[in-house]
Design a protein. Sequence first.
Length: 166
Amino acid sequence: MEEKIEIIIYSSRWLMFPVYIGLSLGFLLLTIKFFQQILSVIPEILIMSESGLVLIVLSLIDIALVGGLLVMVMFSGYENFISKMDVNDNKNRLGWMGTMDVNSIKNKVASSIVAISSVHLLRLFMEAEKILDDKIMWCVVIHLTFVLSAFGMSYIDKMNKKNIHI
């Protein structure tokens, strides 16, 4: 009986598969939004201000950072929780595949969130005259919370690694 329960529990990891497929679809939607923004800028590029263009580029960077985060979570989550990916062509295999454990994923996600928040904050500062001071203050507070959380998680991970090696 215990063995059957363990098999069921172990097999249930495949319930995460639709989640990773959903993230793939989210990545596709993000890619469409990326190119939509590029195409919307092209007709206005000659009359657009430099700061307007910088805001668009920051928005594209934001999308790229979120996309990279999605890819990292999809690949490493799939490999850690479901099954190893069989990529036969080693020259096209990403160097980090198969090397990221749950802690390194957590730290990379936290770092990515800080980077995404930084880009968002920079966009807010560039449009500061149009935005209420309270909103800017709360965005800074939230960003600092992300930064402190990332440092805290990294510190805890570092301390755990030291305790393992003692």
